[in-house]
Write a protein that binds this ligand. Sequence first.
Ligand code: IPE
Ligand code: IPE
Ligand code: MG
Length: 255
Amino acid sequence: MVGGLFRSSTRDIPDVSEVPEHIAVIMDGNGRWARKRLLPRVAGHARGVDALRATVRGCKDRGVRFLTVFAFSSENWRRPQEEVSFLMQLFLKSLQKEIRRMHENDMRFRVIGDLSKFDARLVDMIREAEALTADNGGLNFTVAANYGGRWDILDAMSRLMTRDPQRRERFTEEELASELSMNFAPEPDLFIRTGGEKRISNFLLWQLAYTELYFTDALWPDFDVDALDAAIASYQARERRFGRTSEQLKTRSGE
Ligand code: IPE
Ligand code: IPE
Ligand code: MG
């Protein structure tokens, strides 16, 4: 299912495949990883890039079609200025370093989030990277930067209303979904959060409606392909009912 078909897990029952088609990740715990080693927090962010590279490759090798990672939330501006600047520099440098390899691997790179507050150089580089990989058919790798789930929903709703101010009927889920920044992807099948916290922190609020949630205490720099496999194995042991009963599912599979 690729762009154009705005299906919603609350309106249609999605197909469920053995390997999650879309994995969304909150990469949390970099600061604690560094503090445990008496290093500055930013050292954890630097190591976090290595864990991300391994996860991207792991997803590609396992046939995952969409990987979406939360790199910087709309609330992360509240952090100390030095940490925010470091994260922006790290994003720029990592993109510079990795984009060619991503392209060679047929990956499609995108960034979602409000880029209006970002440095112009970083925005240019992001747009170039997106254009370079726009025709690639492999893994869809998306980075959420200055992203917030509430911002996304409000932005989508405002666009719908501006476009059609006379409208009297209610908007549909499909119409709203078509304006969200993840409009090119099916809703995530599996959500992973590292670092032990059990919250969504304003990530993909709309899209996580029926996503299977997986929380691990592993700190993000320690997350590796074995940890990814553990998350996928947990996903595979779940029964995704989408509101139906277990008996209904059994009857369907017996058909
Ligand atoms: C996640 O790690 C990375 C970002 C939010 C950019 P943290 O920096 O939140 O690490 P902890 O949660 O403080 O350990
Ligand atoms: C969520 O992590 C955002 C990212 C990983 C980019 P945070 O560390 O910012 O989340 P809270 O503040 O603990 O909820
Ligand atoms: Mg954190």
